[in-house]
Design a protein around this ligand. Structure first.
Ligand code: FEO
Length: 397
């Protein structure tokens, strides 16, 4: 089903309600996703981005119902990861000479993926493509989130096609930001930012400034995943500005794994101490072997501090904690404080190792590591509660 957005622009993408994981299993998509592709009909006709490979046949068939493929004058590829370029081979088999507009890096990536000598036209920031009444203006946006990424602004319709930027893995038949559950939408938008874009926050800040400095009207932002921002589209831009600036809320998150509940009980006692010392702070506990890893990263993104705990097993920490620490290191959250804790039976290396990994991930560890032998007794539980209280005091210093 295609959807007309304006007189000149039609959504021709694919809503994927079944998608459970993205990037292998790196990103959980419990709300599905969409691969947004847009058909622009002015005096010239443009197809903007395609869809993921498994949907190539239905994409091309649906496109044919909408337009004779030979009437497509240009293809614009804003970003060439497989979820957007996957239908190119099937499409290009039908219209092999159609020019593909993309960045220089984009051409290299398409060639690297599909090994075809298609008719590439490489563009840079400020280059334009005249469509008749309207014009496409290209804006390179490297590392948002791949080196090839660009945004395209359409004059006349005043639409910013932002590809992954401002996107969400969020399936919806409603298409627009004002037609969906706002809590779900902003949760998915934040999760997307925290897990995919946060690492590139300095580029996000610079790119938004560059676009705002262009001083062009923006009626809609059309990303490549999720809903179109048509109602107050600059709201998500302002959120990105905040998110890109070492974002944090008044929240502390405890992440732990546990074998026989000793480390869990430590976490709960620490949390009680934190709550007692600061009743205004939001405290969340997440078992890393049970909670969704991307939800954990999103909660860390929102937090001013995290405490990470694991019992010692095989002279190290549990594997789910290892996975989370590796993800946190890669995401490079800024301006966050931390501490490490864990139970043990005989050697007790885990908190020290967690401490080192947190520091390697850019966290400032502000407390000595906390260890409890075997099952916490009353004295140990008091120690954990006091640890929580002291942690809050250290945060204030
Ligand atoms: Fe949605 Fe980076 O691909």
């Amino acid at each position: 089903m295609v959807k007309r957005i304006t007189n000149k622009v039609t959504w021709v993408g694919k809503v994927d309600w079944e998608l459970v994981y993205f990037h292998g299993k790196e990103y959980s998509t419990d709300k599905g996703s969409s691969y947004n592709s847009y058909l622009i009909r002015d005096k010239k006709t443009v197809l903007m981005d395609t869809v993921w490979g498994p949907y190539d046949r239905e994409f091309v068939e649906r496109l044919k119902e909408e337009i004779d493929l030979k009437d497509i004058d240009y293809i614009v590829m804003n970003h060439n990861e497989s979820d957007h370029s996957g239908a190119l081979p099937l499409l290009m088999a039908e219209i092999p000479d159609t020019p593909i507009y993309c960045t220089k890096k984009g051409e290299a990536i398409i060639r690297g993926h599909y090994h075809q000598d298609w008719n590439f036209v490489t563009v840079k920031t400020g280059d334009t493509l005249d469509l008749g009444d309207s014009k496409l203006v290209f804006i390179e946006a490297p590392m948002l989130h791949w080196p090839d990424t660009m945004f395209t602004y359409m004059t006349g319709e005043e639409i910013l096609f932002s590809n992954d930027g401002f996107g969400q893995h969020f399936a919806s038949e409603s298409l627009y930001n004002d037609k969906v559950d706002q809590g779900e939408l902003f949760h998915e938008a934040m999760k997307y930012y925290a897990n995919i874009l946060n690492l590139y926050s300095p580029m996000v800040t610079r790119k938004i400034k560059e676009i705002l400095d262009m001083n062009v009207p923006v009626k809609m932002i059309c990303p490549s995943h999720g809903v179109i921002w048509r109602n107050n589209p600059l709201e998500i831009v302002e959120m990105y500005q905040k998110w890109a600036d070492a974002y944090q809320e008044n929240q502390i998150t405890l992440i732990y794994d546990t074998m026989w509940n000793s480390t869990r009980r430590m976490a709960e006692c620490i949390a009680a101490g934190i709550r007692e010392a600061d009743p205004t702070v939001t405290v969340k506990l997440m078992n890393s072997s049970k909670a969704d890893k991307n939800d954990i990263c999103t909660e860390v993104f929102k937090s001013k501090a995290v405490l990470v705990g694991s019992p010692t097993v095989n002279y190290g920490f549990m594997y789910s904690i290892g996975g989370i620490l590796e993800m946190l290191k890669g995401l490079k959250f800024k301006n966050k404080k931390a501490a490490a804790f864990g139970s043990y039976g005989w050697t007790g290396e885990s908190p020290k190792q967690i401490h080192e990994h947190l520091e390697a991930g850019g966290f400032r560890v502000i407390a000595d590591d906390l260890k409890v032998m075997w099952v916490p007794d009353e004295e140990s539980r008091k120690l954990c509660i006091q640890f929580g209280r002291d942690f809050v005091k250290s945060l204030e210093q």
